[in-house]
Design a protein around this ligand. Structure first.
Ligand SMILES: *Cc1c(COP(=O)(O)O)cnc(C)c1O
Length: 363
């Protein structure tokens, strides 16, 4: 046995046998691609964020940051109408999801989620040596169909509900989430990464439901994916327990400064969000005109199935060759479509041109 094999023998079997999370492709340095594959925001963060970062004093870096990000907790609490003790800040919402696993899930317990949804959930389950219950999510034709979706009741500790769902983009009505809380007896995590682009949030259910945890991020609607800031909103007794599972100084000082400034500029937030929603409407209509089936999106991306005769994988490769990076899954229930982030107007127009040429070429 080599020395390396001996060292590897100490790695936990659960880690040894799992695959790590595979993030959306990142362009190599110097590679120029229109990046529409990981639902980033085409707009820069609010100018107030950059000003706040410039003004951040030397102490922001030399000293440890506030362990619980107290100023940020208070900003978020005031904005969402809850108490600061109901807010937990994370190094991105991905870290919040890990904390949820550490707080609620023992080895061999199960977590549940719809399939398809965020592909990090099964990875977190593997890490925790937990089991998974993946419930098939049917594709609705119109937004109104979501209210009639069957409410599942799997045996699991946590139900991770990506709402709006990724990669389909469909949103779950608040009344539907209320029924999920009645039927399912475990912890319901409403992973609301895209909720700022949606009509409804589960937040109003928080007051009456200590089993509900709402997870948010500043990565999508607030253009801060590179800063890594996410939140959990829940009953303060639950937040107190989750707090024990976090790293001591989990949100960096600069991230706290940036996040406060971003939340403070609600005018900028609304303006950029509305621009993305307009582009989503326009882009969707253009794809439908070209024969695509586009699921009703409540997010800053759309899931589109190309017209008959055009294979999604081939279209993905063709677009990549033309400098457009979108998301395609080679296997599973979503392999027949593409997930396309809503970017700047000019990029979406250029993409439509490229799609037109690709579809023409293969017919
Ligand atoms: C993007 C995304 C996240 C992660 O966001 P970060 O805050 O950047 O870690 C979580 N859940 C879903 C469903 C997402 O799409």
């Amino acid at each position: 046995m080599s020395h390396v094999d001996k060292a590897l023998g100490f790695v936990r079997p659960a880690v040894r046998k799992m695959d790590g999370y595979v993030p959306g492709l990142q362009p190599k340095p110097g590679q120029h691609l229109v990046k529409l594959n990981t639902n980033e925001n085409p707009f820069p963060p609010s100018p107030r964020v950059l000003a706040a970062l410039r003004d951040a004093t030397e102490g922001t870096m030399r000293l440890y940051p506030s362990p619980a990000a107290d100023a940020l907790r208070e900003r978020a609490a005031a904005l969402y109408g809850i108490g600061p003790s109901q807010v937990l800040c994370g190094n991105g919402s991905d870290e919040i999801l890990s904390m949820l696993m550490r707080t609620f899930v023992n080895e061999r317990d199960a977590i549940a989620y719809f399939s398809p949804s965020y592909s990090l959930y099964p990875v977190l389950a593997s890490l925790a040596n937990a089991r998974t219950a993946a419930i098939p999510l049917p594709r609705p034709d119109k937004d109104a169909d979501m209210a009639g979706l069957a409410v599942p009741s799997p045996k699991a500790r946590i139900f991770f509900l990506s709402s709006p769902n990724s990669p389909y983009g469909v949103g779950f009505p608040t009344a539907w989430v209320a029924r999920l809380l009645e039927r399912f007896s475990g912890i319901v995590v409403a992973d609301e990464a895209y909720v700022d682009f949606a009509a409804e949030s589960s937040l109003p259910l928080l007051a009456g439901s200590p089993r509900l945890i709402v997870v948010r991020t500043l990565s999508k609607a607030y253009s801060l994916a590179g800063m890594r800031v996410g939140f959990a909103f829940a009953h303060d007794a639950i937040i107190r327990e989750m707090m024990k599972t976090k790293d001591s100084y989990n949100v960096s000082g600069l991230a706290q400064v940036a996040a406060c400034a971003a939340l403070d500029d609600q005018g900028y937030f609304r303006k950029t969000r509305d621009a993305i929603l307009d582009t989503r409407t326009r882009f969707t209509a253009s794809l439908v005109e070209r024969g695509f089936r586009v699921l009703p999106s409540r997010a800053n991306f759309i899931f589109a199935v190309p017209p008959a005769g055009i294979e999604a994988g081939r279209l993905y490769e063709g677009l990549l060759g033309r400098g457009f990076l979108v998301r395609h899954w080679k296997t599973g229930p979503v392999s027949d479509g593409l997930r396309i982030s809503i970017g700047a107007d000019s990029d979406m127009d250029a993409l439509l041109g490229a799609i037109g040429e690709e579809c023409h070429g293969s017919q």
